[in-house]
Ligand binder design. Structure first.
Ligand SMILES: Nc1ncnc2c1ncn2[C@@H]1O[C@H](COP(=O)(O)OP(=O)(O)OP(=O)(O)O)[C@@H](O)[C@H]1O
Ligand SMILES: [Mg+2]
Length: 272
């Protein structure tokens, strides 16, 4: 097991293991010890069979749960410190917008909550630069929809608002759990493209969970393939496709080769 590296920027995961219901007869070991280093600003996708612990690992990174064993540092800080200061951006499959609030109020919600709590911002080694709601609305392509309520938006637009909300406090990392899974295929491809554009602008460290290998290869610097429960890292693929990536990327021989190689390996791990 590696030790976490306190002065390192990016994400350092050392010996993280999770057992749900520890000590009970129904205990489920979701994650075998995981060691992973993610460079600052990298875009990394997690793929693997259903139930292999991808969401569990994201929850540990987001400080939504503590690992049974092991440690995580994000830009040298504990996830709990960053979470309290609103500096972990989260986007899930559902946008989870407040139905009674307008788009701009939804986007500002996190900022307002953190400000109201006076949450430990002073504890964070280097604070981010909060983004203005106007700027974020522009970036995610929701201009003209500021005063609309969530039910007046399409699924893709709701996810754009969720992404803007996640970016408000200039997060150290952006954690995304199947953010486009509920969208139709055309919107989904478009959103992947938009996300790549936004990521190139912000250069955030992103951990992105998906079941679409094509989406993972298109977006990522690295694709981490996990094996079935208890989840472990089976293989890490470096994706050296040139950036900026575009429609031609998806048609290139190297792209197709990478997707089929990971797909073959995924089938192997499903049989393990
Ligand atoms: N709160 C919980 N209590 C008990 N077991 C849980 C809990 N949450 C998850 N698990 C179990 O832990 C394992 C990993 O779950 P997790 O949701 O992390 O998988 P996943 O890789 O995200 O799956 P999927 O691709 O289907 O979203 C699964 O076997 C699941 O049943
Ligand atoms: Mg999941």
């Amino acid at each position: 097991m590696n030790a976490v590296q306190p002065n390192r920027r990016g994400i350092s995961i050392a010996g993280v293991q999770v057992t749900y219901g520890l000590g009970s007869p129904q205990a489920v070991q979701a994650l075998a010890p995981i060691d992973l280093e993610v460079a600052e600003g990298a875009f990394v996708s997690l793929v693997g069979p259903s139930g292999c612990g991808k969401s569990t690992l994201l929850k540990v990174l987001a400080d939504l749960m503590s690992p049974t064993q092991g440690q995580v540092l994000i830009d040298g800080a504990q996830p709990s410190t960053l979470r309290k200061a609103g500096r972990i951006g989260l986007v899930f499959q559902q946008a989870n917008l407040m139905p009674w609030l307008t788009v701009e109020k939804n986007i500002n919600l996190l900022k307002d909550l953190v400000a109201a709590k006076g949450a430990g911002a002073a504890l964070v080694p280097d604070q981010g630069t909060p983004q203005s709601v106007e700027q974020l609305i522009e970036i995610v392509g929701l201009k003209g929809f500021e005063k609309k309520r969530p039910h007046q938006l399409s699924g893709g637009m709701q996810q754009r608002a969720a992404l803007a909300r996640a970016l408000t406090l200039d997060p150290s990392i952006l954690l995304m759990d199947e953010p486009f899974a509920a969208l139709d295929e055309i919107t989904r491809d478009r959103m992947a493209f938009e996300l790549m554009r936004i990521w190139q602008q912000y250069q955030k460290t992103v951990i992105f969970v998906t079941h679409s290998l094509a989406e993972a290869v298109f977006l990522s610097d690295q694709v981490v393939l996990m094996s079935a429960r208890p989840g472990r890292i089976h293989k890490i693929y470096n994706i050296d496709l040139p950036r900026p990536r575009n429609e031609d990327t998806r048609l290139s021989d190297e792209f197709i080769r990478l997707v089929s190689e990971i797909n073959r390996e995924l089938y192997k791990v499903m049989l393990l």
